[in-house]
Design a protein around this ligand. Sequence first.
Ligand code: NAD
Length: 507
Amino acid sequence: MTFHSLHYNNEAEIDQAALLCQRTFKSGHTRPLPFRRHQLEQLWRLIDENEDQLCNAVHKDLHKHKNEVVLGELCMSKEEINTALVHLEDWTKDEKTIPALVNRIGTTCIKRKEPKGAALIIAPWNYPVYLAIAPLAGAIAAGCTAVLKPSEVAPHTAQLLSELLSRYLDYSAFIVINGAAQETTRLLKHKWDHIFYTGNSDVAKIIMKAASNNLTSLTLELGGKSPAIIDEDANLALAAKRIMFGKTFNAGQTCVAPDYILVTEKAEAKLIAALKTAALELYGDNPQNSSSYGRIVNNRHFHRLHNLLKFNKSGKIVFGGQVDELDLYIAPTVITNVDRDDKLMENEIFGPLLPIIRVADVDDAIEFINSKHEPLALYVFSNNKKLVKKVLDSTRSGGALVNDTLMHVSESSLPFGGIGNSGMGSYHGKSSFDAFTHVRSVMIKTLTPVSEMVMNMRYAPYTSSKLAIGKLAIEHVPYFKRGFLFRNMKWIALMLVFGLGYKRALA
Ligand code: NAD
């Protein structure tokens, strides 16, 4: 919003950061758990001790209210760090597996949780603190080093993050690089061990191409058109309030904002009235005067959204529609009876415009959703369990939430990520650790002759008896060919043991 000249790093600084990140990782500096723990604690302190500064920076970039920054970014970042601190020992410890029959003698099988290495984290502008800090916490917990590239579109936050991170974290392991496409392209020329990108799917293709040069693994956190299906028998007032909240939080610039509504004509009028009431409750008569309501991030996005309003071919604005270019303000706007092929329905809206599409029934809604790319989120409002199950069974999306919006993202026990066009891989909670971790399978054998007893069958000269022993050791009887007794051997044995014990006790 306010003009800010962000210091962009030059090529030499970018190259140096990438090399330092790789060198530090190879030195093993970031692997010990006390180091990871200390860095995570420092990251937590960074947020805690600079709450006001962070809120001010995000406000300058997005006119976001303090409540939205604290609850939607800072608390969520701190919780991500806290979860990693609580579970660090558990997540990082070796996991023993039970070897197959052929490997049972003299063999130990272990899954080691090893850091992937030097990671590149590329963040977007809409939640400029959380979307930078949360993946970074995962990288630290996993034992990686990382270069973080905040979004230049939120320059105040980007500048502040680079100052704070260099003050709180170990600079040889965690480095912030600032810049736009050119600087990111330079970063992508280097070999990374993992790239974590959050942003739009067009740039994701560029990132993926660059990653393919080094066969680097990727997490892509993208967006999409997340639908909201409203069952006509649902509690429309509450559904409308929760949808309006999801659509106007950060002025609709949220990757999982409900993009459009699918509803039957019968319930439409009631729903519109409820949406209007909800908007009034949240922001009053004139949302431009409400300190709770955000602004569009810049001119480019303002004009993109304004053009959607000006040039949509169908539909009727039932409330909202006011814009103010100088203030980058667009009112919460509901547009009804929008055609399925309208401009509004082409790409993710990513702003406070809410089209309503009329559907004949739930099957029609499902068919429409399935005609488009897989969304990042799917919302269903209904108390009818059968209807909800039907929707979940017959659609695909990154995640789904029944009877609310946005809240599934804040649940750290659930992995968060997309599918198809809405992304690949996931994070949050344990999944953040997993995203930056390589599970290294290790088999440890003893060098004693006893382990050769079964293994002898693999050596030449091959004979038919070795083949028979090998088959017995490797091949199980397939489940579908096992008889009732064989399939339930465990239970039958248990019943026999208890039966005999009971008989003895009676005797
Ligand atoms: P953006 O413009 O800030 O771009 C994201 C990052 O990509 C920035 O760091 C930017 O510098 C870099 N970048 C831009 N152009 C590039 C290029 N040509 N080459 C290399 N790097 C480049 O953010 P955006 O893409 O406008 O973000 C909005 C999108 O992100 C929406 O689609 C939204 O749904 C999605 N999103 C997804 C999530 C999620 O968690 N899944 C979260 C937030 C946003």
